[in-house]
Design a protein around this ligand. Structure first.
Ligand code: NDP
Length: 296
């Protein structure tokens, strides 16, 4: 195995440390304590785990964490009213409505009711448009985390060929926009792409965001390429539940120059970037300089 393993867990801890330092300065010098509100509707066990861990890490970096847990049968107007209250609350700089929402709620309507300046998930249509036109926006956390790791590993990304497999609104498309913003030559591949392996072999940077366990194998990877595995898939193997990515780690690591593992790669960066986005939102709301290295 020749590839450098990109340690997302360590990188995320470093990012959280930088966020914490910046937060301490904001509080001491400007009396501004960033606040993040997370709204959870219903009792999805995976979402509850995410929300708990987000709350814990928010407090650890010195920010205010507010959790709103609403019953699964919450009426849309009540959820919208809560978002409106959070939009108007000067102590709250970031609002995250945990997805997926129960089926009777219109996710797009709810997400687009968040003040775009507080939309730390970067899913509001205004932020999508700002990112697409290369303007200052709130950037979705998972692709932002991937970008930070790539910049850290490569320095400049300019001129590199990037292939993003997956075109979802939460990962694939914003990832492609961010790579384009850093002057990569970007290809977005998806389920209708012809000869996906050949397309992927053209990549200096290969990002897999497919949702199919271990689909990307070593024969998709150009020797020396950097492979970023966004996938989180739970599979049964040898009678045990195991977490695997969209990338078959062993065969890809044998060919790649660098690779993110699952777990311990992209996953930990997502919450770190949520905290970075909340800090950025608090700085912008108060007309203060944004944290360096923590934004797109
Ligand atoms: P989606 O299901 O929304 O999108 C998957 C994309 O993969 C689609 O664009 C689809 O193409 C494409 N695809 C599916 N099958 C193939 C195939 N055989 N060949 C080529 N492309 C294919 O997934 P998400 O973007 O939401 O998530 C992707 C992965 O990332 C999942 O494993 C998810 O769990 C993980 N994830 C991890 C996060 C983290 O924090 N690390 C955060 C968010 C997601 P088409 O559009 O044509 O259907």
């Amino acid at each position: 195995m020749g590839a450098v393993i990109i340690d997302g867990k360590a990188f995320a801890a470093k990012v959280r440390g930088e966020v914490a330092e910046h937060v301490a300065r904001l509080v001491a010098e400007h009396g501004v304590k960033p606040g993040l509100a997370v709204v959870l509707v219903g009792e999805d066990p995976a979402s509850e785990v995410y929300v708990k861990s987000k709350g814990k890490m928010t407090v650890e970096v010195g920010m205010t964490s507010v959790e709103h847990k609403l019953p699964a049968d919450t009426a849309e107007r009540d959820l919208l009213a809560l978002v409106a209250r959070l939009n108007a609350d000067p102590e709250i700089h970031g609002i995250l409505v945990q997805l997926p929402l129960p089926a009777h709620l219109n996710s797009e309507l709810v997400i687009n009711s968040i003040d775009p300046a507080k939309d730390v998930d970067g899913f509001h249509i205004s932020n999508v448009g700002l990112l697409g036109t290369g303007q200052k926006s709130m950037v979705p956390c998972t692709p932002l985390g991937c970008l930070m790791m790539l910049r850290d590993h490569h320095g400049s990304l300019a001129g590199l060929n990037a292939v993003v497999v997956g075109r979802s609104n939460i990962v694939g498309k914003p990832m492609a926009q961010l790579l384009l913003g850093d002057s990569c030559t970007v290809t977005i591949a998806h389920s209708r792409t012809k000869d996906l392996a050949a397309v992927c072999r053209g990549a200096d940077i290969l990002v897999a965001a497919v949702g199919r366990p271990e689909m990307i194998t070593g024969d998709y990877v150009r020797p020396g390429a950097t492979v970023i595995d966004v996938g989180i898939n739970r599979i049964e193997r040898d009678g045990k539940t195991k977490l695997v990515g969209d990338v078959e780690f062993a065969s890809c690591a044998a060919v790649a120059g660098a690779i993110t593992p699952v777990p311990g790669g992209v996953g930990p960066m997502t919450i770190a970037c949520l905290l970075a986005n909340t800090l950025t939102a608090a700085c912008r709301a108060n007309g203060l300089a944004e944290p360096k290295g923590l934004t797109a």
